[in-house]
Each structure stands twice: as C-alpha cells, then as structure tokens.
Design a protein. Structure first.
Length: 297
C-alpha cells in the first residue's frame, strides 16, 4: 500500500511514518520542515501547493497530520489558523480530485468542535458548538470533506481527536507541566482541577488510524478518537508527576482559560464496534511519556 503523510515531522505525523514503515507500506512524506528522508516533499509555509505530489504519484491513502492545533493561537491569529486548518485542506482535496481521486483521505479534526456538550459521553452526532476559532475551523474542514465526498465522490474521513499525548509532543497539558516543573516545585494551572478530559495515548491513536483505513466506508465519515475514560485535570497532573517528579505541588488558580471546555468524555461505540481496544491507560501512557522526557527533552 502506498501512503502519503502530510505533516510528517509533527507529533502525530512522525508516529504515522514510523508505524506504516514498520508495516512495510510504501511511505511518502510532506512537511514544511526540511528533511533528507527519501520520498520526501518540502511544502512551502506560504502559498502551499500540494498538486505536484499527486501529479507524480498515485496514493492509496493520504493522512493530513498538518495544521495548527493550538486554541490560543487561533485567538491571536485567526487568519493564519484558518489558512492552516481550512484553506490547506481544501487545496489537498482539489489536488486529490484532479490527480488521484481514488485516494482515501484522512484529516485530523478535533473534539474542539463540540465545545461544552450538554450531556456525556459525547457521540459523533452530538451538537457542535465550538468555543474558539480553532474549533470553528476544524468544523469547517469537516464540512469540506463532506462536500468533496458528496459532489466529487472523494473518499474522505475526519477524526475528532480528543486529548492525545505521548513521546514527541511538545505542547498542551503534560508538556506544560514538564516546562513548569523545571522552573519551580509549585506548579500553577488554570481552572479548578475538576475539569475533565478524555486522554488517548499516541499508540492507541495510531491503532485507530490503521483500523479506519481498513474498515471505514470513507463517505465523509466522522469518528471520535479517545479512550472513553473521563479524567480530571487534577488527577491527570498528579499521575504525570508521580511518573516524572513526585515532589511537585500542584495548585489551581480558578481562572477559566479562553476556549477551554469544562468536561469531555467520548462515546467510542462506533470504533469499538469495528474492533478498537485501547492498549494504554493514563498511568502506562504517562510512564512512557515521562521516560521520553527524561531521555530527550
């Protein structure tokens, strides 16, 4: 199988490269960062163009792991966030339509499309009420995938990722905890600590991608990507420090961070019905992440 991974040098993209190379797929990469890897395409940060890749090759699968994944950035620079998460996706879809219309296209969306859900767990058909430009842009990218399936027959699929973590991740909660722990023994975080998230370890996320490639109809399909386990931020932070640096004290300032939801728990019934079984709980996943931090960060 011939597969293209766009954003191949990022957190999720680099793990996709490793996994599919280990399965002996014919893996091609594209990224804005330079690389000496073979079968690699450099994408320009400004005025990106994906046509050449699809002109020169016929792929069975394309995974788009590029774009911005930072809520705060989307408030500071909504135009750039829109370009990265919507315009670039539209450019990829046009290139696939024009040159490689049998290619299965997987795009990473986000649980940010849901905002603060009225009920838990969150199903794929729950109402979408984003709390940030980032969430709105991810929702718009999903509509693009639906559009290009409906009107042009493309094989598309959106993955609504909840709180993914693991080695190589250098942003979001656990990276923030690591950075703050270097500076102080007292760690201050937003909120009350009672806010909840549904964390998924990177290896389980990759398992879902592999499963979706095999089992999805790619009819503008949408899937939640999580573990179906609700964990408070306070508990998650404590589990992290138990693995990384047990002597730290955690305090919560009570302030609400702009764009952050209160409680998330994903319904994973659809993918579990297709065979998804999480292999990592938070304790095991954070133990591996802490080991990576000690060796690499």
């Amino acid at each position: 199988m011939k597969i293209l991974i766009i954003g191949s040098k990022g957190f999720i993209g680099s793990h996709c490269v490793d996994f599919f190379q280990s399965k002996c797929f014919d893996v091609y990469q594209a990224d804005v960062n330079e690389s000496t890897d073979k079968n690699f395409y450099k994408i320009e940060r400004q005025n990106s163009d994906f046509s050449l890749i699809f002109k020169e090759h016929q792929f069975d699968v394309c995974i788009n792991a590029s774009g911005s994944a930072h809520v705060g950035f989307s408030f500071e620079n909504p135009s750039k966030d829109f370009e990265l998460n919507v315009i670039n996706v539209q450019k990829m879809l046009v290139a696939i339509r024009d040159y490689n219309n049998n290619c299965k296209f997987i795009n990473f969306s986000s649980a940010a499309v849901y905002g603060n859900p009225q009920t838990l767990p969150i199903k794929e058909n729950s109402n979408c009420k984003p709390l940030s430009p980032y969430g709105f842009h991810k929702l718009q990218s999903e509509l693009l995938l639906t559009e290009y399936h409906k009107f042009f027959g493309l094989k598309t699929c959106s993955l609504r990722v909840f709180s993914a973590y693991g080695p190589r991740l250098k942003k979001q909660l656990f990276w923030d905890l690591y950075q703050k722990s270097i500076q102080s023994d007292v760690i201050s975080l937003f909120g009350t600590g009672n806010e909840t998230r549904d964390f998924i370890y990177i290896d389980d996320l990759i398992q879902i991608i592999d499963l979706v490639i095999q089992e999805s109809a790619f009819h503008g399909s949408i899937y939640n990507v999580a573990s179906n386990v609700e964990t408070t931020i306070a508990e998650a932070a404590q589990v992290f420090f138990n693995s990384f640096s047990p002597d730290k004290e955690i305090i919560f300032n009570g302030e609400v961070k702009l764009g952050d939801p209160n409680n998330w728990l994903s319904d994973m019934g659809i993918l579990k019905g297709k065979g998804f079984k999480p292999q990592f709980n938070l304790y095991l996943g954070l133990k591996k992440y802490a080991e990576w931090l000690k060796e690499n960060a």
